[in-house]
Design a protein around this ligand. Sequence first.
Ligand SMILES: Nc1ncnc2c1ncn2[C@@H]1O[C@H](COP(=O)(O)OP(=O)(O)OP(=O)(O)O)[C@@H](O)[C@H]1O
Ligand SMILES: CC(=O)N[C@H]1[C@@H]2OC[C@@H](O2)[C@@H](O)[C@@H]1O[C@H](C)C(=O)O
Length: 376
Amino acid sequence: MSLYIGLMSGTSLDGIDAALVEIRDENAPRLVATQDTPMPETLRDLLWRLCHADRVAFSELADAEDTFCRLQAAAVEALITSSGVERTTISAIGSHGQTIEHAPKGHGGGPAYTLQLDNPSLLAELTGCPVVADFRRRDLAAGGQAAPLAPAFHEALFRAHGEWRLVLNLGGFANLTLLPPAEDERELLGFDTGPANALLDAWHAQHRGGRFDAGGAWAASGRVDEALLERLLAEPFFHLPPPRSTGRELFHLDWLQRQLQGEEAPQDVQATLAELTAASVALGVEMAREGLDAPPAALLIPCGGGTYNPDLLARLARRLPETSLVSGDDWGWPAEWLEAGAFAWLAWRRLAGLPGNLASVTGATGPRVLGGIYAP
Ligand SMILES: Nc1ncnc2c1ncn2[C@@H]1O[C@H](COP(=O)(O)OP(=O)(O)OP(=O)(O)O)[C@@H](O)[C@H]1O
Ligand SMILES: CC(=O)N[C@H]1[C@@H]2OC[C@@H](O2)[C@@H](O)[C@@H]1O[C@H](C)C(=O)O
């Protein structure tokens, strides 16, 4: 038996998710304990600024990296204490880091890059555990998108005999995995479908303040502006064949603003953004099914913070009438802990010398062992 800790801080900048995972064999990872460490507002503001700045001072970058790493170390300490495990039994910590910018095709003819703020050396020093980090750049170096990486973990957890399954992460951004039945030899498909909560959060913050539209209540009070929805859905990203990944670089408030005519009621824009998430996921589901020539009926396992938004889930259910939504909780893996679990599992793959990417998902030229190891 081996124990791994996965650390994930996603695009929503809401905090550090730490998951303690036991791995006995490749396809049976087990979630042992979890720790949610909220991001202090000062760090969130600093990271937000870095994510949106054209120019950044190195000292600001160093400050953000140091503060972020110490928060990660505190999350690890809290997890070790609450779970009661011996530090020495932890084989490694898998640290995703904080994505600051993701440009898998480069900008203006420049090189491809994906930037995760992280300091695995300091984390190894502070925790006394081996750390695996820098998971994305090897895939990028091999010509891939470097994202999404979670589909391989979705396969390990959820691929089953006799059933087509979809896994949908509704974080700041959404990624979708279509899993063929286990007896089917076809490889899975996985890709980002577009924004999930990022625009909903940003529009809500601008008009009502606060972190998010709790339960999607404000969106539910508005009416979908069909003309606006159509203009938003005309964005070429939604129609690109996979491999594809995205982030704040494309989907931000200015992108939305360009499609507004100025007379829309704010709650109608919120409703339209929620519908955009559902519609772009439905487009992705259709694309995935066509890609694998899959039957329409499938089970969909939603995960990520969007599962706390009944308005969003209802919109998804309406757009995907042939698909039943079943929570990941029902398989013993709570929906909000999949991503942190994925990075524990990826750390195990690194130590085992096994590839972490799926070339069929990222478009890399082949399977690659992902990440670097930082000894304690
Ligand atoms: N009670 C709630 N009601 C509505 N939305 C919620 C609720 N709780 C969480 N969310 C949404 O979920 C988001 C956080 O989701 P999650 O933690 O999965 O994102 P992330 O991991 O940061 O993003 P990504 O997967 O893109 O990296 C919040 O920003 C919010 O939009
Ligand atoms: C570059 C980056 O951090 N991408 C995230 C983001 O959040 C959701 C989606 O966009 C996904 O592509 C990815 O995260 C998950 C963990 C992944 O790689 O599967």
